[in-house]
Design a protein around this ligand. Structure first.
Ligand code: AMP
Ligand code: MG
Length: 511
């Protein structure tokens, strides 16, 4: 673990560290198992090139849970070779670094030439569980796809992705992970001069909707098919037996995206830049930019200060994901009969609603939902939309509710208290029909309504300290967000309402 980290887990009689369910041999850097599948594809898929090292790079945050995904022993973070290999100074001999090519629709407009402009896929690890993890360095310097960019990332955005992706993971939402951050003294110009940094992101895949768009719009049907075959062979070998494997691939992209969006909506997560190049073919949360966790419930919440039209506002996400899936469908027309594409797209809304309602019933502690129960959700959403209380705090308070508790603890969060009280009485009457005890229901709800979310101001506090050279707050937040549903008495203030300044923070696209 990095020396800067606070509160490393202590093994004591009252706090036994549970052994993992399977045994893996923790590996050294030298014994990592690399299998760089993407680098074996045709060279039209990428440009092979090494990263450009950051001046004065040093390891400032490291995540032992993500190291475990690679079977990497976290003590390896402390070796100088880790910094050399992973920050780009001297790539690991097992790497085969490359910048991937893709295109995509940005804010609804097709951009024919995108690609990894500041990221490099260093290599791929095959772990002992048989999982494949791409190792991607964000902020790796210029590539042929940098266009006018400098190829760099800033410390602020690396910290936000580091914490945001880990937060989503521990909320149970599919996402890329974050292994570590390298800080540096290199200045990077954004709206002001900021500190350059780089992030190692791990993901089962970096193939995007935009990867398919690149080959489709360049009339490279053979490559398009090769890309689809690559994704199928790597992630869904069972599809190879289907009548049409590409239809299955599209069906899974639609289902996984619908499920992911339902999870975002249920937890109040806004991605901020749902361009098709930021949509993973696996339906995992990907390419973090100006994302935000909704605090006051405002359906039209725009987390990206540069999104003037609100194209990617919170309540637009389900529709935008469908728009993006349409763009993906277009690229698959040479491989999948049109009827299959249309039928699959038509199934998206039902899948999304089914997932969303399922998640909301769980959050509300409603078991065996009956006809009419959905109205409890829609009427709660109307109340929330009209009154803008803090979404997470209201649901957490509701998780402690029982008929003998005062209603005002919850109703006071709403301007229209009478309507809130009326909803709560209806809700109580409904849950009292269930055979489970109040205590059991409360326990279940507390496991699904987070006490701790990555509020903008919490991330901002950690960023400001990091910019002064102090990284312990980043590690503290990472550990906090690993247990978002648990009471953590010493961290009580992190569960509170944001201060006023924390509500007006503006996060722009520039990162
Ligand atoms: P993003 O908004 O991070 O998804 O990036 C959109 C596109 O711009 C991708 O092709 C990125 O690689 C590229 N890009 C973003 N920032 C930079 C940068 N600082 N330098 C070079 N390319 C960049
Ligand atoms: Mg992107």
């Amino acid at each position: 673990m990095h020396p800067d980290s606070t509160n490393p887990p202590q093994f004591t009689a009252s706090n036994p560290i549970t052994p993992p369910a399977y045994t893996v041999t923790m590996k050294t850097l030298e014994s990592l198992h690399f299998d760089n599948q993407f680098a074996r594809l045709n060279e039209e898929f990428y440009t092979r090139l090494p990263p450009t090292p950051l001046h004065g790079a040093k390891l400032v945050a490291s995540n032992p849970e993500a190291a475990a995904l690679l079977d990497l022993d976290p003590v390896e973070f402390q070796r100088p070779e880790f910094l050399q290999h992973f920050s780009g100074q001297q790539p690991h001999p097992g790497f085969d670094p490359l910048a991937m090519v893709y295109s995509g629709h940005q804010f609804g407009v097709y951009n024919p030439q995108l690609g990894d402009g500041r990221g490099i896929l260093l290599g791929e690890v095959l772990n002992e569980k048989g999982e494949r993890w791409d190792i991607h360095l964000k902020g790796a310097g210029k590539t042929p796809y940098s266009r006018f960019g400098d190829g760099r990332a800033v410390l602020r955005s690396c910290i936000r992705e580091y914490l945001g992706s880990e937060a989503l993971h521990y909320l149970g939402i599919p996402t890329s992970r974050a292994l570590c951050i390298f800080g540096s003294g290199e200045p990077v110009r954004r709206e002001s001069i900021e500190q350059g940094a780089a992030l190692i992101r791990l993901s089962p895949s970096h193939v995007r909707f935009g990867s398919f768009e690149f080959f489709f719009y360049n009339n490279k049907q053979e490559r398009l098919q090769e890309l689809a075959d690559f994704v199928i062979a790597r992630h869904f070998p069972e599809f190879q037996q289907a009548d049409n494997p590409y239809t299955e691939l599209f069906r899974q992209a639609v289902s996984a995206t619908a499920r992911m969006i339902a999870q975002w909506q249920a937890v109040g997560f806004a991605h901020g830049v749902m361009n098709t190049d930021n949509m993973s073919i696996l339906g995992i949360t990907f390419d973090y930019g100006p994302f935000g966790f909704m605090e006051d419930f405002v359906p039209g919440y725009i987390c990206n200060h540069s999104d003037h039209q609100g194209r990617y506002a919170f309540h637009q996400q389900p529709g935008i994901a469908l728009w993006n899936l349409n763009a993906l469908a277009q690229t698959l027309t040479p491989l999948v009969p049109q009827k299959d594409l249309i039928d699959t797209l038509q199934g998206y809304e039902a899948q999304l609603l089914q997932s969303y309602h399922g998640l909301m019933f769980t959050k509300l502690g409603i078991q065996n939902p009956q006809h009419g129960d959905e109205d409890l959700i829609t009427s709660l959403l109307s109340l929330l939309s009209a009154n803008h209380p803090d979404y997470s705090i209201v649901l957490r308070r509701l998780s402690h509710d029982a008929p003998d508790k005062p209603v005002d603890h919850i109703a006071d969060q709403f301007i229209d208290r009478d309507s809130a009280r009326a909803w709560l009485q209806r809700y109580r009457a409904r849950v009292q029909q269930q055979s489970t005890s109040d205590a059991e229901r409360q326990q279940q709800m507390l496991r699904h309504n987070p006490k701790y979310i990555l509020r903008n101001y919490l991330a901002q506090n950690a960023i400001e300290k990091a910019e002064q050279g102090h990284f312990s707050e980043v590690e503290k937040l990472r550990q906090l967000l690993m247990r978002p549903f648990d009471e953590q008495p010493e961290m009580e203030k992190y569960a509170d309402f944001p201060p006023d300044w924390g509500k007006s923070l503006e996060i722009s696209c520039s990162s």
